[in-house]
Design a protein around this ligand. Structure first.
Ligand code: NDP
Ligand code: PYC
Length: 342
């Protein structure tokens, strides 16, 4: 059996769960928006399955449910800084977005640094919030140590997501958003819950041997995508989104948390770029030239990243979001019991 909810109904329900669990009026709706967007776009690894993790992290005292993010006056020129004040990243991003957009339009390139945040979400909602303003976006953050560097045997890097967006006037933006591990850790957990083996090449066990067992993978280490190339990109994210912005790297985030069953705390780096400013009057309109390239990709029969997601979104907008009976019961229980449910 399943139940189909209008998007707004599910949003209200998830917001109510977070309020019931003690999150304030700043945190609860912002978190509900990213989680319901994940479910709406069929990104289940960052949809409602994440609610329990949020509640566990609140209960463990590793995130502040009452946090109110603040714009940090240390942010100057092209760098906007937002201190999440120990709360979640999403409300901090929402606070800094208008300044980020204004500065990127004025200067051509602006960065938002979010510090002291707990981060569990997909990055494409942030990328799309920037492309909505006609700007290109690049977003990255560390996670917690769960990925062995290429050639290594123990968790060190995070699953470190990297997302990019390019605005396409009048159509959905070009967006990719992926973990720099072979798969997001959320996917491993979903395989464990479904009792399904992992595809080969995703993970190694605690002895450093290849495994398709999700339990052994969670105890061992995940692998970077693309061998040494993904390993290097994951390392770059530790440097730019950790060391450079004065926030935790993935090993430090794991040390702070003491477990991988809670949502990690660290920082986030968000870049917004103005294609017009970068083109600076050189021949060719950057948006038209982008369309030539993107059309040449689809003309070969290849799909653009996020096209699956946008199709799922259109379906959800037309028909609502369908949840399994188990998910419906989970939401009921979380609303009923609050933090006692986890
Ligand atoms: P996927 O491998 O599922 O997808 C990665 C990207 O590739 C998506 O944009 C996807 O588009 C696109 N894509 C997939 N298949 C194809 C194809 N055949 N042709 C063209 N494009 C394709 O993502 P991951 O599992 O690596 O990551 C899932 C989510 O997890 C991300 O949103 C990421 O931000 C999040 N995450 C968050 C972390 C955190 O610390 N906050 C850590 C790690 C991951 P489409 O969606 O349309 O399929
Ligand atoms: O799916 O790898 C993941 C992840 C880690 C933190 C949030 N999502």
């Amino acid at each position: 059996m399943s139940t189909t909810y209008p998007i707004k109904t599910l949003l209200d329900r998830v917001t109510a769960i977070f309020l019931r669990a003690g999150l304030n009026e700043v945190q609860a709706p912002a978190l509900a928006r990213v989680i319901v967007a994940g479910e709406r776009d069929a990104c289940t690894s960052h949809g409602i399955y994440r609610i329990e993790g949020v509640l566990r992290t609140v209960k463990a005292g590793k995130v502040r449910a009452d946090a109110v993010p603040q714009l940090d006056p240390a942010g100057q020129g092209g760098i906007i800084r937002v201190n999440a004040a120990g709360g979640f990243s999403s409300p901090a991003f929402e606070l800094g977005l208008p300044q980020l957009v204004d500065r990127a339009r004025e200067l051509g390139l602006a960065a938002m640094v979010v510090n002291d945040c707990t981060h569990f979400s997909a990055l494409w909602p942030e990328v799309e919030a920037i492309t909505d303003h006609g700007l290109a976006a690049l977003v990255l953050c560390p996670s917690y140590a769960s990925v062995a560097p290429s050639g290594g045997t123990r968790p060190l890097l995070g699953t470190n997501p990297l997302a990019f967006g390019w605005p396409r006037p009048g159509r959905d933006p070009y967006v990719f958003d992926f973990a720099t591990s072979v798969a997001a850790r959320g996917e491993i957990e979903l395989h464990r819950r479904a009792g399904k083996p992992l595809p080969e090449g995703w993970a190694i066990d605690p002895e450093g041997q290849p495994t398709t067992d999700p339990v052994a993978a969670l105890a061992g280490a995940m692998l970077p995508f693309g061998g040494h190339k993904g390993s290097a990109i994951g390392t770059m994210i530790e440097l730019l989104g950790g060391a450079m912005i004065g926030d935790l790297t993935s090993p430090e985030a794991l040390e702070f948390l003491g477990t991988t069953s809670l949502a990690p705390r660290h920082g986030e780096l968000i870049l917004a770029l103005s294609p017009e400013k970068f083109a600076a009057g050189r021949p060719g309109n950057p948006f038209e030239r982008a369309e030539t390239l993107l059309t040449a990709i689809t003309d070969q029969g290849a799909r653009l990243p996020s096209s699956r997601r946008f199709a799922a979104r259109a379906r959800s907008q037309a028909e609502g979001i369908t949840l399994t009976e188990a998910d419906v019961q989970l939401l009921d229980r979380l609303l009923d019991l609050g933090l006692d449910a986890v």
